[in-house]
Design a binder for this molecule. Structure first.
Ligand SMILES: C[S@@+](CC[C@H](N)C(=O)[O-])C[C@H]1O[C@@H](n2cnc3c(N)ncnc32)[C@H](O)[C@@H]1O
Length: 251
């Protein structure tokens, strides 16, 4: 098979080829490279409040759930680039992505933030308040889906959101999409997080996956397929963090 990729010699002596796709430009090949990105471009620019929240969150037993610093930086810039004002976040945890969003929004910007767990939000809240951006946030405790159902019923909410970040229960992403597509503006963005799901999207059926990774894998695969054929959106899947798919509503 012809390839245009670089040859890699594995310890077992087998040769395999990387980067076989035409136009493949991904450079991220190792943890060291990821660390390099964090230390060179992310941490030096990370606002002090985000660093404080990241360090508080690192002590949480579920710290694995937090948005990574490079993704926080990406969201912050994206929101500024699209001049978002009215936003929504589903899945807050201690609030790292929420703070990244709140810092990027103008003074009169808004975030409707939803999570079933208020305790974790309250861990980060003092940092958010100290940063002077808490007034932009309306936090709703409870499952997001019924709130979205209620919002969709009122036509006044249709097409009102500039940016929506979804980072909660993966088994509901398609249910969220059905509602969010009504609520986001034409030209606005929905970002679905974890669309590469720990790399499990390409794992063979018998791969030894952690239980929760295995449980949600098929939902993520189904979402990725559905987004790719949805004529109402343009999409762009980025390998930032655990994979984020940006969906721009076009109709
Ligand atoms: C991956 S974490 C979110 C991480 C967060 N974006 C951050 O920056 O740290 C997922 C969150 O979704 C919340 N969640 C789970 N099911 C939910 C639901 N049905 N509705 C709203 N939030 C939910 C969990 O409580 C958890 O805090």
């Amino acid at each position: 098979m012809a390839t245009n990729g670089s040859e890699v010699k594995h310890q077992n002596g087998n040769d395999t080829f990387r980067h076989q796709e035409v136009g493949h430009k991904s450079l991220l090949q190792s943890d060291a490279l990821y660390q390099y990105i964090l230390e060179t471009s992310v941490y030096p620019k990370e606002p002090a409040c985000m660093k404080e929240l990241r360090e508080i969150t690192a002590k949480h037993p579920w710290n694995l759930m937090t948005t990574s610093a490079d993704e926080g930086q990406f969201l912050n810039m994206l929101i500024k680039l699209i001049n978002a004002k009215n936003t929504m976040e589903i899945g807050v945890f201690t609030g790292y992505s929420l703070l990244a969003t709140a810092l990027a929004l103008p003074e009169d910007g808004k975030i409707l933030a939803m999570d079933i767990n208020k305790e974790n939000y309250e861990i980060g809240l003092p940092v958010i308040e100290k940063a002077g951006v808490a007034h932009k946030i309306e936090f709703k405790e409870g499952p997001a889906l019924p709130v979205l159902d209620q919002m969709v019923q009122d036509e006044k909410n249709h097409g009102t959101y500039d940016f929506i970040f979804v980072d909660a229960d993966k088994d509901n992403y398609l249910n969220y999409h059905k509602r969010l597509i009504e609520l986001v503006k034409v030209g606005g963005l929905i970002g679905y997080d974890n669309t590469l799901w720990n790399g499990s999207v390409v794992a063979p059926p018998d791969a030894p996956l952690r239980k929760y990774v295995k449980f949600y894998k098929d939902f993520v695969l189904e979402l990725n397929k559905a987004l790719a054929v949805d004529p109402r959106i343009e999409i762009c899947q980025l390998p930032v963090g655990d994979g984020i798919t940006l969906c721009r509503r076009i109709s």
